[in-house]
Design a protein around this ligand. Structure first.
Ligand code: ZN
Length: 64
């Protein structure tokens, strides 16, 4: 079947605010408001976003 009567994608923001999951506002993309943008920035500055993959804590006592 080739049904061409699919409902169109509703217009509007396609993204959700990563902070509060509300629809993002273009002006504050990808957030819904400046407040949420500040919250995200605060998380970065607070060190909660730790970049993984550079963990050099030695755990190699097996090789000697
Ligand atoms: Zn938000």
């Amino acid at each position: 079947m080739n049904d061409m009567s699919q409902p169109p994608t509703p217009p509007g923001p396609a993204r959700a605010c990563p902070i509060c999951r509300k629809p993002a506002v273009e002006r504050y993309m990808p957030f819904c408001s400046k407040r949420c943008g500040d919250i995200d920035l605060g998380r970065w500055l607070d060190g909660r976003y730790v970049i993984e993959g550079d963990d050099s804590m030695s755990e190699g006592d097996e090789e000697n």
